[in-house]
Design a protein around this ligand. Structure first.
Ligand SMILES: *Cc1c(COP(=O)(O)O)cnc(C)c1O
Ligand SMILES: [Zn+2]
Length: 419
């Protein structure tokens, strides 16, 4: 199977341009990367992956941010707002409480627009430029729209975003709006928005920049590469496990691809690959269901609900790439309640790390898996937090304490403080 960890590097097909091509993960058909606009396989509609004749080695990486990893990407540079190089925080109290050998938080909320989506967009918008398309579009639970609007504007392109009405956090709509996206509020959920934007893309109306677009995932691979480099520097070994929130499973797929390419390049031992561990909200957990049932395919959930709106997704489009990633690395998937998510959001805040609800799912999931004995106490773990606290100010205010009204004089304030 092409997505197995031990897959051989394929021979370079004639359609390759400068050693880069697209390959269908289902039937293996290959396509030229930048000649036509294409999101899935012409033959079987399977998902596509970007393939390279030259695989990256750690020695190839130099510089800062996403483009440090140009050797693992289809271009030398992109439409950039200095994305990547996000902090990997130590959290000693949380590490103690959860009870693992080492716990680090990779805070993707520290990207230019406040989520990891920026890493995919710097590559995706560059490809759009290369293809010469004018109008970019995405369906979004919010963060993709913010990133698309910012990177599209940076690249001088028009942007169109489809959002589920009433289900997108305030900070994200504000960003899409100010960065000048045309915002369509759809009377339906995220999955309905994605169906529509895929049809618009098929009609040639827009260039699609959801994570179905294989080039987005190339940029997102760099999260995994940054984590590996930092762990090698600090602990002289890669993490045992990486825990991450799962919506469309783009990141799960991207991290797995980064590791696979390092294994193929002989840079990482197959047995050392971090266990990819996905976390979903109980109200939107089709991937968890598939892992628990050992199913080949994910069943689409039509009704999804969670306060973690960024992962309120019932039909994870990248499941065919992500399921092998979780299984081949010996990882797992787990669902957490909204209360557990909010608790984890507070625990991170107590370490000074402000994240939006979906992001806290990773820590909530780790806490649960550790309590259940699935995660061992001798593991070194990285949790991904995907978006910034200010993305969803309403959820933050609801999880925190209320402001207290006081009179406008010091005695009144002192009296209030003594109560
Ligand atoms: C997009 C997003 C996710 C989901 O990521 P996938 O790659 O689709 O699984 C999780 N958290 C936040 C904050 C996001 O913006
Ligand atoms: Zn195919």
């Amino acid at each position: 199977m092409s997505l197995s960890l031990s897959a051989e590097q394929p021979a370079t097909p004639d359609v390759a341009t400068d050693g880069v091509w697209l390959e269908c993960i289902e039937c293996g058909d290959t396509f030229a990367p930048f000649d036509d606009v294409r999101y899935t396989c012409d033959e079987c509609d399977g998902l596509l992956e970007v393939r390279y004749e030259d695989l990256p080695t750690f020695d190839d990486f130099e510089g800062h941010g996403v483009w440090r990893y140009a050797a693992a990407l289809p271009f030398e540079s992109g439409v950039s707002i200095q994305e990547g190089s996000t902090p990997l925080y130590e959290v000693p109290r949380l590490e103690d409480e959860i009870g693992v050998e080492a716990l680090r938080i990779k805070h993707e909320g520290m990207n230019p627009t406040g989520s990891f989506k920026d890493r995919g967009m710097t590559v995706g918008v560059k490809v759009a430029e290369e293809l010469g398309v004018g109008r970019l579009a995405c369906a979004s639970t919010g963060n993709t729209s913010a990133a698309l609007a910012a990177y599209g504007s940076r690249g001088g392109m028009e942007t169109l975003v489809l959002l589920p009405a009433g289900k997108v956090a305030a900070g994200k709509i504000a960003q899409a709006s100010l960065h000048d996206a045309r915002i369509l509020e759809v009377d339906g959920n995220f999955d309905a928005c994605l169906d529509i934007v895929q049809e618009l893309a098929a009609k040639g109306e827009v260039y699609l920049l959801n994570s179905l677009n294989p080039f987005r995932l190339e940029g997102q691979k760099t999260i995994g590469l940054e984590i590996l480099e930092a762990f090698l520097a600090d602990y002289d070994t890669v993490p045992d496990r990486i825990v991450l929130p799962v919506g469309n499973a783009g990141n799960t797929s991207a991290l797995y691809k980064a590791f696979r390419e390092l294994v193929q390049a002989g840079e990482l031992d197959e047995d050392d690959v971090p266990k990819l561990t996905g976390v979903q909200a109980e109200g939107a957990a089709p991937m968890v269901e598939a892992i628990e049932n050992d199913a080949d395919e994910v069943r689409r959930w039509d009704d999804v609900e969670t306060r973690a709106t960024a992962i309120r997704i019932g039909n994870p489009v990248n499941a065919p790439k992500a399921l092998p990633g979780i299984r081949e690395t010996g990882g797992t998937a787990v669902a957490v309640s909204d209360e557990e998510i909010t608790d984890a959001q507070r625990s991170l805040a107590a370490e000074g790390i402000g994240v939006e609800p979906a992001s806290a799912a990773s820590v909530a999931g780790l806490r649960k898996l550790r309590a259940d004995g699935v995660v061992d106490d001798d593991e070194r773990v990285a949790c991904l937090t995907t978006g910034h606290l200010l993305k969803d100010p309403d959820a933050a205010a609801a999880a925190g304490g209320d402001p207290e009204p006081v009179p406008a004089d010091t005695d009144g304030v002192l009296e209030h403080l003594q109560q």
